[in-house]
Design a protein around this ligand. Structure first.
Ligand SMILES: C[S@@+](CC[C@H](N)C(=O)[O-])C[C@H]1O[C@@H](n2cnc3c(N)ncnc32)[C@H](O)[C@@H]1O
Length: 194
C-alpha cells in the first residue's frame, strides 16, 4: 500500500498495528477524521508543540503529524507495549514530527508543550468496557487523582493554550477555558484558555 493511502480511512491506517491493537481501535483510538479536526484547532495558536495525554498506539499523533507537518505531536503513554506499537507505526510512515514517551503523564513537565489533546484517558479506571489489558493498576482513587492533576496542569497554562477533548465531560476542564466549538455527534469539544 502507498503511504498516502494509509491516511485515507481507519481500516487502512489500523493495518499498521498488531491484530490486538486493531481490535481495540473503534473503542480506544481516535478515528482519522476526528484527529484531523482536533489537530486543526490545536495547530491554530502560537507554538508548535502539541501533547496527547495518554497516546495509546499513537494514532492521534501520527495522523495529525501527517496532515500538519509544521507541528510536533508528542504523546505520553503509560503502557510500554503501546509505545512500541506507536514507534513501529511511526517508522512505517516515515514521520519525523512525532515523539512518543513512555511515562505516566504526571511525571512530565508539561511546560514544554503548547496545546493538548485528551481522549478521556483516565476513564479506564472506572469503566471496564473492552479493556486494553489488565496489566495496569486501576481504581476510582487513581481516577480522581489523575483528573485533579490534569485539571491543575490545565489551570497552570497561559492564555491562548488550546485543548481538544474527545468523549469528556465538560467539568474536566477549568472554567478559564472557553469552549469555542463543539460537535455533539462526534463528542468533540474545542477549547481555548482565556
Ligand atoms: C482512549 S486511549 C487514547 C489513545 C490516543 N490518545 C488516541 O486518541 O488514539 C487512552 C490511553 O491513555 C493511556 N493512559 C491512561 N492513563 C494514563 C496515565 N496516567 N499516563 C499515561 N497514559 C495513560 C492508556 O494506556 C490508553 O492507551
Amino acid at each position: 500500500m502507498e503511504l498516502r493511502e494509509r491516511f485515507l480511512n481507519d481500516a487502512a491506517f489500523d493495518g499498521l498495528y498488531s491484530l490486538r491493537a486493531q481490535q481495540l481501535s473503534s473503542v480506544h483510538w481516535t478515528p482519522i477524521e476526528t484527529a484531523k479536526k482536533a489537530a486543526a484547532h490545536l495547530t491554530g495558536g502560537a507554538g508548535n508543540q502539541i501533547m496527547d495525554i495518554g497516546s495509546g498506539v499513537g494514532k492521534f499523533c501520527l495522523v495529525a503529524a501527517h496532515f500538519f507537518p509544521a507541528h510536533i505531536f508528542n504523546g505520553v503513554e503509560q503502557r510500554k507495549s503501546l509505545v512500541d506499537e506507536a514507534l513501529i507505526a511511526q517508522n512505517a510512515t516515515n514521520l519525523t514530527n512525532a515523539n512518543f514517551i513512555h511515562a505516566n503523564f504526571n511525571e512530565l513537565d508539561m511546560n514544554a508543550y503548547d496545546h493538548f489533546y485528551f481522549y478521556n484517558s483516565f476513564s479506564e479506571n472506572i469503566s471496564h468496557y473492552k479493556p486494553i489489558d489488565n496489566l495496569i493498576q486501576s481504581s476510582a482513587e487513581l481516577y480522581e487523582e489523575y483528573l485533579s492533576q490534569f485539571y491543575e496542569l490545565l489551570e497552570e497554562r497561559t492564555a491562548g493554550t488550546r485543548l481538544v477533548t474527545f468523549h469528556c465531560p465538560d467539568n474536566y476542564v477549568p472554567a478559564t477555558y472557553k469552549k469555542v466549538k463543539y460537535s455533539q455527534s462526534e463528542a468533540l469539544s474545542f477549547w481555548t484558555k482565556q
